[in-house]
Design a protein around this ligand. Sequence first.
Ligand code: PAF
Length: 329
Amino acid sequence: MMPFRRSLLATCAVSALAATTSVAFAQQAREVKVGYALAVNSHYGAGAQAWADHVEKATGNAFKFKQFPSSALGGERELIEGLQLGTVEAILVSTGALSNFVPEIGVVDIPFLFRDTAHARKVLDGDFGQDLLTKFKKRGLIALAWGEQGFRHLSNNKHPVNKPEDLKGLKIRTMENPVHILAFRTMGASPTPMAWPEVIGALQQGTIDGQENPLSVFVSAKLWQVQKNLTLTGHVYAPIALVVSPAFFGSLTDAQKTAFIEGAKIGAQASRKFVDDVEKKGVDEIKSHGVNVVTQVNNAPFQAALTPAYKQYAAKYGQKTLDQIAAVK
Ligand code: PAF
């Protein structure tokens, strides 16, 4: 054979081997579909990426996360159902739709339950929050850690809100969450529960006047494009749960399970760090887009207006539980 042809054949053989090897590597990595509601450049994206990085590294690339941001797999309800059906492996979700699946976690959605971020993190990382994570199991879900969105604030297109009376008649989109719906109804607003993927369109069309979400969501979803007024009510703390499908989790070795659990904790911390950064810069950024931001608001009248709702929360979740949370210092 001519030397040139021999070297050409050798080159082809090496390339074929490399291609086969990389296919083999690619086949070895199990795909983990991870879904969430917001963009990659958000506290959700930060959490998902840190979770992926840890699992991929700790397992020697036995897994490859594929991200589905911006509700690409549906709203949060569909994501949770996807885990139960085993069509999605991992999600990061708010407590909005979750409390319809795991009613016990509705307790964290009670307005003004947490004094501040440090209090919320301490409760969720402590015995109470870790015990709540175990409640997911009997609902066909495995929750691994609590991440964060921040405290929710109220925005609308009608007028600045300074006191509960200003809420009267405002059509406020809430999450599909019974605790939030009761709170807004009790404070005099007209709560309109709606899945997140419909919210921006509804604000554009004026079928709702406002919505409520933390600064992290306001900034990442560029809500200044559809909202004129924002009041820093901080009326309720919003955690994120990092959850996996039981079918998927059950198929893992113990070491792989540990990698997913540790990765979820790292992802949760990454979401909190992202929120800490947005909390520092978010208001200025939102103002720079022309939104009228009420930064000083007296919470006491809002809490007073909620008195009838607190009676119902205490009846549902137990006054002892609420006192136990308040006692965490
Ligand atoms: O308002 C909501 O539905 C949630 O806070 C969001 C934006 C989907 C993030 O989980």
